[in-house]
Design a binder for this molecule. Structure first.
Ligand code: GLP
Length: 243
């Protein structure tokens, strides 16, 4: 795992942007594994600006999302379908027919078929404060493909901030499995803020265990972890932080 550490979050996202522009321009038909949550938003804003400045095109890009809530409709203001459309897709030239987001339990087979025929070149990941990736909660099998999950209470309370109340936060989701995530050729993980520090230290320095799903990334040969000082504060190694 390569670790890039920053004092300044803007510089962190600027560097992730450079990596993305490079990868997309080198392979205009790239299959991007996309993520939701607050972590990817500054990257998506930068990608939109770069597109508007003519530095990158998504015309031939395929976007495949990690996960989706179950129990809210696609037009709900907090569905990941809606998130992707509003935070990224509607602002760029991606062909919506080349975007895939899991929908519900009935769509699992179809979504898995997409994963099996579109190898992800570059997978973006945030990390849950409990170490989840996608919606693979602690205890998820490392051998899992796309499946339905019961959301951890920790995840529901973390995500309550996006809804009007905890009651409105769905109890279930559908997510790409850990086995699917590990199939990606390259993985970029971004973690910022104090509330991610415990999960980040266990992901990097802890044992590889299904109780901390992100720890499985230690086994992938091409993971690039971008962290700020707060998220990295519990790491054991001596790290020099870039500005
Ligand atoms: C969400 C998503 C994950 C995301 C994580 C962290 O619930 N399912 O893909 O990485 O939790 O979210 P945030 O970036 O808002 O901290």
């Amino acid at each position: 795992m390569k670790i890039y550490k920053y004092n300044n979050k803007n510089n962190l996202y600027d560097d992730v942007l450079k990596l993305y522009i490079n990868e997309i321009n080198n392979n205009p038909k790239i299959n991007l594994g996309l993520a939701t949550g607050s972590t990817p938003i500054p990257l998506y804003e930068r990608l939109i600006n770069s597109y508007k400045e003519g530095k990158v095109s998504f015309k031939d890009v395929t976007g495949i999302n990690l996960d989706e809530y179950i129990g809210i409709s696609r037009d709900h203001f907090q569905s990941y379908y809606n998130f992707m459309y509003n935070q990224l897709f509607k602002h760029i030239d991606i062909n919506l027919e080349n975007t895939y987001i899991p929908k519900d339990e009935k769509s699992i087979e179809e979504f898995q078929g997409i994963l099996n025929t579109h190898k992800i070149d570059l997978q973006l990941l945030g990390i849950g404060s409990n170490g989840h990736i996608g919606f693979n909660e602690p205890g998820s099998s490392f051998e899992s493909n796309t499946h339905v999950v019961l959301l951890d209470e920790k995840t529901r309370t973390d995500n309550q901030r996006f809804f009007n109340s905890l009651d409105e936060v769905p109890t279930h989701a559908v997510t790409m499995g850990i086995k699917d995530i590990l199939e990606a050729k390259m993985i970029v993980v971004i973690a910022t803020g104090d509330n991610k520090s415990d999960a980040v230290s266990k992901m990097v320095d802890g044992e590889v265990t299904e109780s901390l799903p992100a720890s499985v990334l230690q086994k992938h040969p091409n993971v690039h972890l971008f962290i700020d000082k707060d998220a990295g504060k519990l790491l054991k190694g001596e790290y020099k932080y870039e500005d």
